[in-house]
Design a binder for this molecule. Structure first.
Ligand code: NI
Length: 211
């Protein structure tokens, strides 16, 4: 009987350390990341209203290191997001690409024996824009030389890890990123600068692998 109790005790502590996030652990999550901008901007060319920016889904990757059983440090990466940009009266006039890497400090609730680990995080986002170009509609309207200024801003997140076994987990998380930029272009050769915010919600569904 005593042997059995000892065995159960060993087993429970063993399975605990087998199943949970704990200090020194490193894991990667990969899945879909959908960026939904809550965009807005100054009036474009006086009469067109603000810019509209559509949603986009890409492969999202997170790299997380557990500094303690509860404190994580996470880097978010993704394949480049691609958004169509337009205004109400004109429809889509341009396409822009961006990468929004974010570095987060996280707090994981529960402890090293919990299979379910909700978490919150706060950090910094850097967004770089590239391959900005007007489409045929934009070009026909005399628009050219499009570029968007890179952005630094705060980011916040909430998420949940469900630990399936020692190696695998499933995750869902929601991010908010403060991304503000200046859209520069020429209209009929005249330089235009339009302050624009993307401020997207990013929804991620992923599977994770722990090392
Ligand atoms: Ni903003």
């Amino acid at each position: 009987m005593k042997k059995l109790a000892v065995a159960a005790l060993i087993l429970s502590s063993f399975s605990g350390s087998l199943w949970a996030h704990e200090a020194g652990e490193f894991f990667i999550r990969a899945g879909s990341a959908t960026a939904r901008p809550t965009e807005g901007s100054d009036n474009v060319l006086g009469s067109l209203g603000g810019f509209n920016v559509d949603n986009n889904t890409q492969l999202g990757l997170t790299f997380t290191y557990m500094a303690t059983d509860n404190v994580g440090v996470e880097l978010l990466a993704a394949t480049p997001f691609r958004h169509k940009v337009g205004t109400g009266p004109t429809g889509d006039i341009a396409t822009v690409h961006h990468l929004p890497p974010s570095l987060m400090a996280q707090w994981y609730f529960g402890d090293a024996n919990s299979k379910v680990r909700p978490y919150v995080g706060a950090g910094v986002n850097y967004t770089t824009f590239f391959d900005e170009s007007f489409n045929d509609t934009g070009k026909a309207a005399g628009l050219s030389d499009l570029s968007l200024k890179d952005s630094w801003g705060a980011a916040g997140q909430v998420g949940l890890d469900y630990l399936i076994n020692r190696d695998w987990l499933i995750n869902m998380s929601v991010w908010y990123m403060d991304i503000d930029t200046e859209v520069k272009f020429k209209a009929g050769g005249v330089q235009q600068n339009v302050d624009t915010r993307l401020d997207p919600w990013v929804f991620m569904f992923s599977a994770g692998y722990r090392f």
